[in-house]
Design a protein around this ligand. Structure first.
Ligand SMILES: [Fe+2]
Length: 196
């Protein structure tokens, strides 16, 4: 929980909560959240704080720092610190909406589309459709079931991620495009981390 209500994070939470009340159209809500996150990403204090955030594991099951979980609306604010040149598996976030904002460093984001109809268990054909390079202040809106992967650049990369609900308690899709495999796994472990 953030105690400094005047901090950029405190202001971000307040404005997010207002938008959750005001905007009931889910697609529009998540589009309108992006500029709020951009303001947070431009805050020099949080950028300075992030220098000491711990690195998160990127194994079969990743880790996220958990900064905040909203008691009324359920959204969460995560931090993610990746070592240089770390690539995630190709995955989706199931039904969860996600805003992925880069605070420091850079990332390559790959997006994929599914070509088969999903009727065969353990099988998926996916094709790369986009390759986007993002840097500080850039935000990627990851819609439910969108298939993607992220790779950090040559330096430590820090992201602030907003999710509609806490990840880790439900299964998400994973994809191997070479062997056309599909399987599911739990999302990132949530590591509670208190912001000063
Ligand atoms: Fe992701």
């Amino acid at each position: 929980m953030v105690s400094q209500t005047k901090s950029a994070m405190g202001q971000f939470i307040t404005s997010m909560r207002s938008l959750f009340v005001e905007e009931q159209d889910v697609e529009k809500r998540w589009q309108r959240l992006a500029p709020l996150l951009r303001i947070l990403l431009s805050d020099p204090v949080i950028k300075a704080q992030s220098k000491k955030w711990p690195k998160c594991a990127q194994a079969e099951r990743a880790e996220n720092l958990l900064f905040y979980e909203d008691p009324d609306f359920g959204f969460v604010i995560n931090g993610l610190v990746k070592a240089p040149n770390t690539r995630t598996s190709i995955h989706d976030h199931a039904h969860n909406w996600t805003l992925y904002g880069v605070l420091d460093g850079s990332e390559n984001i790959e997006r994929y589309k599914r070509l088969d109809d999903g009727s065969r268990p353990d099988y998926a054909e996916v094709q790369n459709t986009d390759h986007i390079r993002v840097g500080p202040g850039d935000i990627d809106l990851v819609r439910p079931w969108q298939i993607h992967a992220e790779e950090s650049g040559d330096e430590r990369t820090v992201a602030i991620i907003v999710r509609a609900e806490k990840a880790g308690g439900f299964l998400q899709g994973r994809y191997d495009p070479v062997n056309k495999k599909y399987w599911q796994g739990y999302g990132p472990r949530q590591i509670p981390y208190r912001l000063d």
